[in-house]
Ligand binder design. Structure first.
Ligand SMILES: C[S@@+](CC[C@H](N)C(=O)[O-])C[C@H]1O[C@@H](n2cnc3c(N)ncnc32)[C@H](O)[C@@H]1O
Length: 414
């Protein structure tokens, strides 16, 4: 089939997006749009049951590691974001019955403290325009619950982790942020009015129940979550892997920090906007705050990946009839420099015949199609991967050109 006919036959497939994960136990603990569907991961894992060690260099919410662990494998995963490292750790942990009972008791003790106002609430987190997120009654409730959880549990314990995950769920349920777009938007006044009478305590109790139900379903395998930079994978992981399943950041200026901000501020992983920008600068494809202004001075690496197709596209973006052309061309060029560093750095940890799957979408800038999948394929081929293929898996929206691919390759050298 010609490429165009193939894309016409593709559907948007909500089952291949984060929406599919909502009801699947731990996979549904927190809803994050950049997460990919556990269904995509499961299909690949099932087709490679003999693969014992699965690597995901871009952990996000830990979908791959958790899936691999549920299949009895070892799922190892890396992320630069400390909140996601914590979350994926909580999602893949093995919980004993006592941990779950302790969390349940702690939930009731915490809510008693809240009811009796017997705990000092935490300060309102420094989130910009916080009143857009929560009304003052909800905000006071959240500050009390957050303080009460800290009061009745100890640091780094399973019961605290489980209650904090539930707290994260509640703070989004109780917020005015709607997740009906690729990035969050705010609910209309009418929607807010309809939902005004929510019982705050019941929301939290329900979320605790949901999280504890997931916690009782322990995986038979293991998840290992590593805080690190996947441009240097071989420095941060041990041993060899026979399967890589991952969805790296896309070259589409989507900022993970933007969506994670509420969780990160409430849990103390961020204390100001500057730190958010710094963290996004360390992330591939990051574009939040300071990251954007740094792109203006950014220079392509001397040993960047040489691709005529990519240079042509960068040139067209830079010369687009728009004042931001150069900065966006830099953004795309840096993205591919970083991914090139990543691909080079991952080969030393692959076993002979290891298969890699990069789930990635293309993007457009000023009408110029950035065929990320093709540049990945060029990079993998030039590194010595065999059978490199770009398999289209779904349309990303109604636009014909925006497609998600599984870029596959087989490592030969070991
Ligand atoms: C598309 S998300 C992955 C989503 C994941 N598949 C899931 O289901 O949640 C990409 C992730 O890559 C992480 N990331 C970006 N740059 C990184 C780097 N240099 N090293 C490790 N992780 C990085 C981001 O923090 C983000 O969590």
């Amino acid at each position: 089939m010609m490429e165009d006919q193939k894309s016409l036959a593709l559907r948007q497939r909500a089952d291949y997006t984060y929406k599919f994960n909502a009801k699947i136990g731990r996979h549904g603990w927190l809803r994050l749009t950049p997460a990919y569907s556990v269904k995509i991961v499961e299909e690949i894992i099932i087709a490679h049951e003999q693969s014992r060690r699965v690597l995901d260099p871009f952990c996000g919410t830990g979908t791959t590691a958790l899936s691999a662990a549920y299949h009895g494998h070892e799922g190892v995963t890396i992320d630069v974001n400390p909140f996601l490292v914590w979350l994926a750790g909580a999602k893949t942990a093995h919980y004993q019955e006592e941990d779950i009972n302790r969390a349940e008791d702690a939930c009731y003790t915490a809510l008693r403290l809240v009811e009796q106002r017997a705990v000092e609430p935490i300060s309102v987190p420094p989130i910009h325009n916080i009143e857009r997120w929560w009304d003052s009654k909800t905000l006071s409730f959240l500050c009390l619950v957050r303080a009460a959880i800290a009061e009745v549990t100890k640091k780094n314990t399973p019961d605290r982790d489980l209650l904090m995950v539930a707290f994260c769920r509640s703070l989004i349920t109780l917020s005015n942020a709607a997740f009906n777009h690729q990035s969050m938007s705010f609910k209309s006044n009418q929607q807010i009015m309809m939902e005004m009478e929510v019982d705050l305590v019941s929301v939290f109790k329900d979320d605790v129940k949901f999280v504890l139900r997931g916690a009782s379903e322990n995986p038979s395998g293991t998840g290992i979550i590593i805080s690190g930079d996947s441009r240097n994978s071989s420095d941060v992981v041990d041993g060899l892997f026979d399967l890589v399943i991952t969805s790296p950041p896309y070259a589409n200026r989507m900022s993970y920090i933007r969506e994670l901000r509420p969780y990160m501020y409430w849990l103390g992983y961020l204390v100001n906007g500057r730190d958010a920008g710094e963290l996004d600068w360390t992330a591939i494809g990051g574009t939040w705050g300071i990251a954007t202004s740094r792109l203006a001075e950014w220079k392509q690496a001397v040993d960047h990946f040489n691709s005529k197709n990519l240079s042509d596209v960068l040139d067209r973006i830079a010369h687009a009839d728009n004042k931001n052309g150069v900065i966006l061309a830099n953004y795309v060029a840096k993205y591919f420099d970083d991914m090139w560093a990543h691909f080079q750095g991952i080969t030393p940890v692959l076993s002979q015949g290891a298969e890699v799957h990069y789930i990635v979408g293309n993007s457009t800038f000023y009408g110029q199609l950035v065929s990320t999948e093709l540049y990945y394929a060029e990079m993998l081929t030039s590194l010595g991967f065999n059978d490199v293929e770009c398999k289209p898996i779904r349309k990303r929206n109604s636009k014909k050109a925006l497609i998600e691919f599984d870029v596959i390759g087989k490592w030969k050298n070991g």
